[in-house]
Design a protein around this ligand. Structure first.
Ligand code: BDR
Ligand code: CA
Length: 302
């Protein structure tokens, strides 16, 4: 599938969320990740539904062996803002999935720290699909463990592309700008996957058939159809781009940028700003979109 090493060990930090669900299903189906656990965070939907949706997706895929641990119930200093208009009242557009077959664990941040301390340094990556609250708490409360993270690949931000919350701000970073600021300036091996890339990786009705044919593929096609919502022609697959970049970096053009996050009270809170002297962040700015969609379809076939 790609030149990258097989079975990358990852924690998926997520707020499912329709596009989160596609990303998780792809990660489960493609056979290239060793998923150590899913940590939930409040974002698209509140923490209870976010956690429950992770459990339901794993139950649907027969993977209830993968731990789910409940994370932050709200951003560090702000009220959260659920996106029920996009992701539905339950966060998954009313998708029919099994009920959770077990309870989630609690204390995602301490759990992440334990996993990082137990694993060889730099051997465990974090794939972040939601607001960066859990990761910021890890950096603040467990700095030693945070230095042991391999890569952090996070969907978030907008650089040359308009935002989807403010003119320059994107949902994941705008929901918890203080957390985003901590993570962006922590000196982690961080790759941001902003709207500049994710808006190019789109699936429309004509492509759904190519995704179908397996349990994961059929579920993804159903989820993406729900994601079309109010009759839109195609939808961007924001969060799946994180998994695709982790597996196939050659499909992406990544630039180094010195960045800061606007953590003010204005409408652009969460926006990325250039900041001379800030530690370099890798930012995916270009993508081979047909290649990315082909990899998605291939991964869903297993
Ligand atoms: C991000 O916001 C959420 O609605 C999506 O799940 C994605 O993580 C896109 O801005
Ligand atoms: Ca998300």
């Amino acid at each position: 599938m790609s030149q990258s090493p097989a079975n990358q060990r990852v924690i998926i930090d997520t707020d499912p969320g329709l596009d989160d669900a596609v990303a998780i299903l792809f990660a489960l189906a493609c056979g290239q990740f060793d998923i150590v656990g899913l940590t939930s965070v409040a974002g698209n939907i509140g923490i209870e539904a976010s956690t429950r949706n992770s459990l339901r997706l794993l139950a649907a895929m027969g993977r209830s062996d993968i731990p789910v641990i409940t994370g932050a119930a709200k951003p560090l200093r702000r009220a959260g803002a659920e996106l029920v208009s996009i992701h539905g009242e339950d966060g998954l557009g009313g998708l029919a999935l099994p009920q959770p077959d077990r309870a989630a664990g609690s204390g995602a941040v301490a759990w992440m720290a334990e996993q990082l301390n137990a694993a060889p340094a730099k051997s465990l990556d974090i794939l972040a699909l939601g607001p960066l609250t859990n990761l910021a708490l890890l950096v603040q409360d467990h700095p030693g463990a945070a230095t042991r993270i391999g890569r952090v690949i996070a969907m978030g931000g907008a650089v040359d592309e308009p935002g989807n919350i403010g003119a320059r701000s994107e949902y994941n970073l705008a929901t918890d700008p203080e957390a985003a600021r901590i993570v962006v300036t922590a000196g982690l091996d961080l790759t941001l996957v902003p709207l500049d890339v994710t808006r190019r990786v789109r699936v429309g009705p004509a492509q759904l058939a190519a995704l179908r044919g397996t349990l994961a593929g059929n579920l993804c096609a159903e989820i993406i159809a729900l994601y079309f919502g109010n009759g839109r022609e195609s939808r961007p697959l924001h969060d799946p781009c994180v998994m695709l970049l982790a597996l196939a970096p050659e499909l992406f053009g990544v630039d180094q940028m010195a960045l800061q996050v606007d953590a003010g009270d204005g409408p652009e809170a969460g926006a990325l700003e250039r900041a001379e002297g800030a530690p370099p962040t890798k930012v995916a700015m270009r993508v081979d979109a047909p290649g990315a969609i082909a990899l998605l379809a291939q991964g869903l076939r297993g």
